[in-house]
Design a protein around this ligand. Structure first.
Ligand code: ADP
Length: 420
């Protein structure tokens, strides 16, 4: 069986495997079947949850759409994707909505006949990309983090769902929550799940979406994003790596100070009762976040998102291995062997094991499931990515926790610190 056929079979067997879709798309492109590749990438986008993977897919889609726009010859869509890949002829379509064209307008809008695929691409546009296609993530998809889920339920979801009750008691709904902790442990993931639970729009914002070298443009970008969130209520704005924005104002350049001030003004201007906007920030370095951002009415609640414990790791393995073709995998043993691994580390481990088996199948032509030995082989090569963060945190807790804001980290380190 040739490589293309193999990949088509694998995609057919594992429709949720975005990685396999990606490789099939690449192969189709190499075979000159651009439209089919486009369709496969779009289907992958609907199932992919990983930011980097989504980015690669978006890039692949926009590069094909650019060449299609430039008029390069392509096979007809009617040249049936269904026969080639087992996908229905009119698959679900992923739409990146972007009416917010006050931001620098870089979108490419391409209508490809029957599929009617609309693709918006370009850095800043991603800031307001609301994903409609894939089913929203819910709390059930997030392993562990029980205490955090409870806090979010109490502080975010209940007020959101009982607006009138909260206004009766003149209690402000929500308020900014700042999630912090080592990378890959679910800060973004749980925020997406929160939006899913509240049935709110999730609006991810990264600092690169805001910053612009021209005077006043960054501030305007930020205002536009808040306006966007207001026009899409209910919505949850998620500011990742907020430390880059709120990095100790006194040390920031004057242009950055303007952005921070705009941010504070916008945040304070939110009337949670009527605006139905919640702002959640995330940072790996809470100690670098300007204290102005941590005052009441702003990010007044810091919540530690710890690396998953053994029970949570087991659940993450189950989630990440679900529906894969595998045999004899001892998940509790893997959970025990992966202390300090983040959710992203575990996801990566599962992906790499699957990738290696896939490569072997492509080489030998003999299909086989993923086995325990495959995962253990990858495990030999990887280390948990949270260690550096935990060591740094140890120092901060020791020397700058007078106010007690890092008590949760302290508690965690007391429990596990000796092995760090
Ligand atoms: P962070 O924002 O803390 O850097 P992310 O939320 O982006 O990390 O996590 C990266 C990926 O790791 C997620 O997309 C998810 O697939 C996986 N992941 C992390 N934590 C969990 C968890 N608790 N349960 C399930 N998956 C998780």
């Amino acid at each position: 069986m040739d490589k293309l056929k193999w990949l088509q079979t694998i995609v057919l067997l594992h429709p949720e495997d975005a990685e396999a879709h990606y490789w099939l798309g690449q192969e189709l492109e190499q075979c000159g079947q651009a439209l089919e590749a486009l369709q496969i990438y779009s289907a992958a986008l609907a199932v992919s949850q990983q930011e980097t993977q989504r980015l690669a897919l978006i890039q692949a889609i926009s590069s094909i759409t650019s060449s299609l726009q430039a008029g390069s010859p392509v096979a007809s869509l009617e040249n049936n994707i269904s026969a080639a890949s087992g996908f229905v002829a009119e698959p679900e379509i992923e739409t990146f909505e972007n009416e917010d064209l006050t931001l620098e307008n870089k979108e490419q809008q391409v209508h490809t006949g029957r599929a009617g695929l609309t693709v918006f691409s370009g850095g800043k546009d991603n800031a307001v990309a609301a994903q409609r296609g894939p089913a929203p993530i819910k709390f059930n998809d997030v392993a562990g983090l029980h205490k955090l889920k409870k806090t979010i339920q109490l502080r975010i979801i209940s007020p959101f769902q009982n607006q009138s009750l909260f206004s009766k008691f003149r209690k402000k709904a929500g308020g900014g929550v700042l999630l912090y902790g080592p990378p890959g442990c679910g800060k973004t993931f749980i925020t997406r799940a929160t939006a899913g639970e509240c049935q709110a729009n999730f609006i991810p914002v990264s600092i690169t979406d805001i910053l612009d070298p021209y005077i006043g443009v960054s501030e305007q970008n930020l205002k536009d994003l808040f306006d966007k969130a207001r026009s899409r209520k209910p919505s949850i704005m998620f500011f990742d790596e907020i430390d880059t924005l709120g990095y100790n104002r006194s040390k920031s350049s004057s242009s950055m100070r303007g952005v921070i001030d705009t941010f504070l003004t916008e945040m304070e201007g939110i009337d949670t009762n009527t605006d139905q906007i919640l702002v959640i920030g995330a940072t790996n370095m809470p100690w670098d976040v300007d204290s102005a951002l941590k005052r009441p009415g702003r990010f007044d609640r810091l919540v530690f998102v710890a690396p998953p414990d053994e029970e949570a790791r087991e659940q993450i393995f189950r989630l990440k291995l679900a529906d894969r073709y595998m045999e004899g995998i001892d998940i509790p043993l893997l959970a025990a062997k992966t202390e300090f691994f983040s959710g992203a580390d575990i996801e990566n481990l599962c992906e790499r094991a699957a990738e290696q088996v896939l490569e072997e199948i492509l080489e030998t032509g003999v299909e086989r499931p993923i086995r325990m030995s495959d995962v253990e082989a990858v495990l030999q090569e990887v280390r948990p990515s949270t260690m550096e963060w935990l060591r740094t945190a140890k120092n901060y807790v020791k020397y700058s926790n007078q106010s007690g804001i890092y008590n949760d980290v302290e508690e965690y380190l007391k429990k596990f610190g000796r092995r760090i």
